[in-house]
Design a protein around this ligand. Structure first.
Ligand code: GLY
Length: 348
């Protein structure tokens, strides 16, 4: 079975968090209102100048967590320009509001010109919910492999493969994520008179079984969608329709116990320069997998048309078999420059 494009356009439903995501000042208001006190948000009990570095500035969101250690800091050198818009007045407001030490010139410069992030030494997990603005349902978990090369080496990509559920998933962890992150966020949005409708994707770092929020996306992930949605045994369209007509809370959302794995075939060179227009063959040989096209086009015959060409998903009782089916099928598809990681799910 081949499905053309998994980009389901759910973003349209996500009107209010889009606003949050596109207006960085609004992020601060949101976090402030949400007050994820246990997991993320201020306040450092005995701040000193060094502690200012614990107040992470990511998407202009200032937060820290209680487990921060002065030694565990990294200053990434990428994406800096994006964050330069943090205004001195915003910094000053935060310093005042949270009774932070008045930063000296050096720290002010660092905050204004660099993203200072606490280094969280843990494992990533993607956690999804779907909401109608009043209630929400868990939509599953996944783990993706972002680096381009095997052994998690090389540049970050949109995702070279994923599996669902995350191997970290447990009832206890789910409950912590809901209590500390998801419900405070949805309640915070309500306080802002925003009804959040649609998918909410929490990008988490799990450190010693504690969840830390790294980012929110107002969409499903890619390639997480390719492993989360195939596990859904309820009708997705009924759920989405329920959001629209007020019957969402009555709808079932059931997820199979079967597990899913996906392997992304990419054009050689991705995520940097790569060639397009390479003829793709072998799809007729695929067995026991779903193909999700992303960078392909029909040009008389099927050709590559992007860096991430297609995801090959397999659903099975056992992760080892799902992975093996996807790898076998990844071999069967051919195009010049084809590359994929052969160690997706390696940490299982
Ligand atoms: N796989 C990461 C993302 O969709 O943002």
């Amino acid at each position: 079975m081949h499905i053309l494009s998994i980009d389901v356009g759910i973003k349209n439903l996500a009107h209010c968090l889009v606003k949050v995501n596109s207006d960085k000042r609004y992020d601060i208001v949101l976090w402030d209102t949400v007050n994820l006190s246990e997991g993320l948000l201020p306040i450092c009990s005995n701040p000193n100048c060094k502690d200012l570095a614990k107040y992470t500035n990511r998407n202009n969101t200032i937060f820290c967590n209680k487990h921060a250690k002065n030694t565990d800091l990294i200053i990434p050198d990428k994406s800096i320009l994006k964050y330069k818009s943090l205004k001195l007045s915003v910094l000053n407001d935060l310093v005042k509001k949270y009774e932070l030490p008045v930063p000296n010139e050096k720290i002010t410069k660092a905050v204004l010109s660099k993203v200072i992030e606490e280094f969280l030494n843990g494992e990533e997990m993607s956690f999804f919910i779907i909401s109608d603005g009043q209630s929400y349902k868990m939509f599953g978990t996944a783990q993706d492999h972002k680096r381009v090369f095997e052994g998690d080496k090389g540049k970050n990509t949109g995702g070279m493969g994923a599996y669902s559920p995350s191997r970290l998933q447990s009832d206890k962890l789910n409950q912590k994520i809901i209590n500390k992150i998801i419900e405070p966020t949805l309640n915070g949005l309500k306080k802002l008179n925003s009804e959040y409708k649609g998918f909410l994707y929490a990008g988490l770092m799990i450190v010693n079984e504690e969840p830390f929020l790294i980012e929110y996306n107002v969409r499903m992930g890619d390639p997480e969608a390719e492993v989360v949605i195939p596990r859904l045994t309820s009708d997705l369209l009924h759920l989405l329709k329920g959001i629209n007509d007020g019957t969402f809370s009555e709808k079932d959302l059931e997820i199979t116990k079967d597990v899913a794995a996906t392997v992304m075939l990419v054009s050689g060179g991705y995520p940097e320069d790569y060639a397009k227009g390479k003829t793709i063959s072998g799809l007729e040989l695929i067995e026991n997998s779903l193909i999700f096209h992303s960078g392909t086009k029909n040009d008389g015959c099927l050709k590559t048309n992007g860096g991430r060409v297609m995801a090959i998903t397999s659903l099975c009782e056992k992760m080892s078999i799902a992975l093996s089916n996807s790898f076998k099928n990844a071999e069967r598809v051919a195009f010049e420059g084809k590359y994929y990681r052969k160690d997706i799910g390696f940490d299982l």
